[in-house]
Design a protein around this ligand. Structure first.
Ligand code: FE2
Length: 196
C-alpha cells in the first residue's frame, strides 16, 4: 500500500495540481491530507496560484482516495466545498502500524493528551518537514505543499512498506526512515544535511 501524506496546501491550485501528479507518479492508493486545505490564513502570504475554489475542485476530483483532517485554517464553509469529510483526527492502520493523524496545532509529540495507542504521529501545521523519534514514538511532518518555511522545499511524504520518505516535487528524497512499532530504535535511511 502506498499513501501520499500532504499538509498545508492553503488554497494553491497550482501546487494542488503538482500534488495530484505526485500521487499518480507514486502510484498512491490514498492521499492523506493533514489540514489547512483551502484558505491561505491571515498569518500567511498568498501562495502561488491561490484559488481556493479551483483547489477544492481539484481535490474533489480525487475525493474517493482522500482521508483528511481539519486544520486551524479550515472553517465550516470550507467543508461545504469539499466532497470528502474533514475529521478532527484519525487513526490509520497500515502494515500492522497505527498512525495517529492530526493537523498539529493542538498537539505535538510532548502533548500528554495524545492517545497512547499509536506507533507513528503524522502532523503538519509548522510548514517544516520533519522526522524524529522521541520517547519511543515516531513523528513525521510532510512539510507544506505550497508555503514551506525555513527555506525548505515544497514537500510531501510517501508511506510505502514501513518506510516514510519525505520528498520535494522533483521527487528528490529529503528524509527517509523506517517506521516501526513504538519502542523500536529509529532507522534513518537517508537524510539531507541539517539546514541552518
Ligand atoms: Fe498551515
Amino acid at each position: 500500500m502506498t499513501v501520499v501524506v500532504a499538509a498545508d496546501i492553503h488554497g494553491s491550485a497550482s501546487w494542488t495540481r503538482r500534488l495530484l501528479e505526485a500521487c499518480e507518479a507514486e502510484h498512491a492508493s490514498q492521499l492523506l491530507l493533514l489540514g489547512d486545505l483551502l484558505y491561505h490564513g491571515p498569518r500567511n502570504p498568498l501562495p502561488e496560484g491561490y484559488d481556493p475554489k479551483e483547489t477544492a475542485m481539484l481535490l474533489n476530483s480525487f475525493a474517493e482516495r482522500i482521508i483528511a483532517v481539519r486544520g486551524n485554517c479550515d472553517a465550516e464553509v470550507d467543508s461545504l466545498m469539499l466532497r470528502f469529510p474533514l475529521v478532527e483526527s484519525a487513526m490509520l492502520f497500515m502494515d500492522g502500524l497505527r498512525f495517529f493523524c492530526t493537523h498539529g496545532h493542538r498537539s505535538d509529540l510532548s502533548d500528554p493528551s495524545l492517545p497512547m495507542g499509536y506507533d507513528v504521529l503524522l502532523s503538519g501545521h509548522t510548514h517544516l518537514y520533519a522526522g524524529e523519534k522521541r520517547e519511543g514514538r515516531y513523528f513525521f511532518n510532510p512539510g507544506s505543499v505550497s508555503l514551506p518555511k525555513g527555506g525548505n522545499a515544497h514537500s510531501y511524504l510517501v508511506y510505502r512498506d514501513h518506510v516514510c520518505t519525505i520528498k520535494d516535487f522533483s521527487h528528490a528524497v529529503l528524509y527517509s526512515a523506517l517506521a516501526e512499532k513504538a519502542g523500536q530504535p529509529i532507522d534513518i535511511l537517508e537524510e539531507e544535511p541539517v539546514r541552518a
